[in-house]
Design a protein around this ligand. Structure first.
Ligand SMILES: [Zn+2]
Length: 129
């Protein structure tokens, strides 16, 4: 319960856990924080005001196919409920992608190398021992 961030999930999977329950993807989505394959975004930031790109260039969810970062930011600032719904759809799609990829990497016996590359892609600092 309560696990968690993408890095928490991958670390836990590496320890053998295979079941999770957490509000993070939906709660963060409702607060304009979206997970992408290049790291997370806070769409309330002014940097996205004129960013007409897809939320996550590699995601094929409804929110990414139909709306830009700029428009979703506008919806958040206007307090439109659609913003929360679209962000939730996207973040859940991201988590499903992440776990599907983890499952495939385990089946192909390359989980730890895949995990390192994904964490690097997500911009997560990997502690050195
Ligand atoms: Zn998406």
């Amino acid at each position: 319960m309560g696990v968690g961030t993408p890095e928490n999930l991958l670390e836990s999977i590496g320890c053998g856990m295979d079941m999770f329950d957490c509000v993070l993807p939906t709660r963060n989505g409702r607060n304009a924080m979206l997970f992408t394959r290049e790291g997370s975004l806070n769409l309330r930031n002014a940097a996205y005001k004129k960013d007409f790109s897809q939320i996550d260039a590699h995601c094929e969810c409804y929110a990414c196919r139909k709306f830009t970062r700029s428009y979703l930011r506008h919806l958040f600032l206007a307090k439109e409920i659609l913003a929360l719904q679209l962000a939730t759809i996207h973040n859940l799609t991201f988590y499903l992608w992440l776990l599907r990829e983890a499952r495939t990497a385990i089946q192909e016996r390359r989980f730890y190398t895949w995990k390192s590359s994904v964490l690097e892609q997500l911009g997560v600092e990997i502690p050195t021992v």
